[in-house]
Ligand binder design. Structure first.
Ligand code: IFL
Length: 446
């Protein structure tokens, strides 16, 4: 008992004490609050300095970290080293996937049904977090997906209905799919089951480091989901209110489990909020949401046509930069930071091949980086970005570019052609632009 009290006192002197009760033995973890990234008005702060997210998306990081046959730890180390070398300090990754019947969803999944976890695959996330910590990188971990490529919300609903999720499929029934996905917020059963998964992940003890996730400063924030939307294009006020309440209540729940980390939504911004500024603002005004997120997709949103680049570039880019700026102003009104946590563009003429050129993508990356950098320099609410996505050394040999189980994981998820938006390690011109702006952003960390 005396020893236990001494441990408590030591931990309290360092900052916060918390205890895990593995094998009935309380284990004290020394936690220094100052090691965690927090908000300071419209900026992130770490150890007295402003912290900028200079990041990429790599949803499959936990997959690579797994010791199972789908994992590839040597590749993970290489990807992290390469990203670190070009100035990337943050990754946005998927925590869990739900087993789906759809080919366009990743297989295997970490979750095979309610309470059925593939522990070996889940431990891949532990390995990833441990490897990122070694490289002084931070991670944003999302706990669900509005889209079907990782099972996600529709898979929860499929388990509840007891039917395979075939229809509505995002590729053949866009509106129907979104309505089904958003029905997740209203299902008591889905929310109860999902909270069990949230608790399992958030209160997890890392099997590699022995450290509780709650006490690990590598985690920048828990994120509710990838691109949650209130519903489809016909979402009504009642559904919007349900969504805002879901954001608030889930974020509150996560903060109750974990007092150390920030919580974010994963929202695309206005385009994922029915172009309704009130909806977007209400969701991010929650006291439990620490910063705003947004995404920018000029081709997905038909502002730019990759097959008619010259004709559509100017107008597309004008809309894109206006979109970048308007969200930064919304963040200022809420006095919170904002992160552009996804953006991307096709290779030239919509090619997927690793050898095809990236003239327009390079121009696009430069404009996005520069727009944000100028606003960072001006002291505005923008706190960084994650490009979508890092393919690194992943390659496909499929003639149709569609992912099949066992293929290399890429930043392009199985719902999309492999090579569509991801940056390969051979895309030198793009990588040089990423590095140029990463260096500029890091130079502003004071
Ligand atoms: O792959 C997509 C991903 O699901 C996402 N946003 C857009 C990406 C590219 O279409 O979150």
């Amino acid at each position: 008992m005396k020893k236990f009290i001494r441990l408590c006192s030591a931990a309290l002197i360092l900052g916060v004490a918390s205890f895990s009760f593995a094998a009935d033995k309380p284990k004290a973890e020394a936690v220094n609050k100052a090691d965690f990234i927090t908000t300071n008005g419209t900026h992130f702060s770490l150890k007295g300095k402003t912290y900028y997210v200079v990041g990429s998306n790599m949803w499959y990081g936990g997959y690579l970290g797994s010791a199972s046959k789908v994992g590839d730890r040597a590749r993970l180390a290489k990807e992290l080293d390469n990203l670190k070398a070009i100035g990337i300090n943050n990754l946005r990754v998927l925590a869990v996937s739900e087993k789906s019947e759809l080919n366009s969803a990743v297989h295997p999944a970490t979750t095979n049904g309610f309470d059925q976890y593939d522990e070996e695959l889940l431990a891949g996330l532990d390995y990833l977090v441990a490897e990122m910590a070694k490289r002084d990188m931070s991670v944003v971990i999302y706990l669900n997906n509005f889209w079907q490529w990782s099972g996600g919300m529709t898979q929860y609903m499929g388990w509840i209905d007891g039917k395979p999720v075939q229809d509505p499929n995002v590729t053949n029934d866009w509106e129907g799919f979104m309505a089904k996905s958003a029905s997740f917020y209203q299902s008591k059963k889905a929310q109860t089951e999902w909270r069990k998964t949230i608790k399992k992940i958030v209160t997890r003890v890392n099997t590699v480091t022995g450290k509780s996730y709650i006490n690990d400063p590598t985690i920048l924030s828990w994120q509710l989901a990838n691109e949650p939307r209130a519903g489809n294009s016909k979402t009504n006020d009642k559904e919007k209110a349900i969504y805002v309440k879901w954001v608030n209540d889930t974020a509150k729940y996560i903060h109750e489990l974990d007092a150390n980390h920030m919580v974010s939504t994963g929202s695309e911004g206005l385009m994922g909020s029915n172009n309704d500024e009130k909806l977007y603002t209400d969701a991010h005004a929650s006291p439990y949401i620490n910063y705003l997120t947004y995404h920018m997709w000029i081709r997905n949103w038909s502002w730019f046509d990759q097959k008619k680049p010259e004709e559509t570039w100017d107008a597309g880019l004008a809309k894109g930069t206006a979109y970048l700026n308007v969200h930064i102003d919304i963040a200022k009104k809420l006095n919170k930071p904002i992160v552009l946590e996804e953006f991307g563009l096709d290779r030239d003429m919509g090619a997927y091949d690793v050898k095809s050129t990236t003239h327009y993508r390079d121009k696009f990356y430069r404009i996005v980086f520069d727009t944000l950098y100028q606003r960072v320099k001006a002291g505005d609410a923008i706190s960084g970005y994650n490009f979508w996505a890092w393919n690194g050394s992943g390659r496909t040999s499929r003639e149709n570019y569609w992912w099949q189980t066992g293929d290399d994981f890429m930043g392009d998820p199985p719902q999309e052609q492999q090579g569509m938006y991801g940056v390969f390690d051979s895309d030198i011109s793009t990588i040089l632009i990423i590095k140029e702006y990463a260096d500029k952003m890091h130079a502003l960390e004071k």
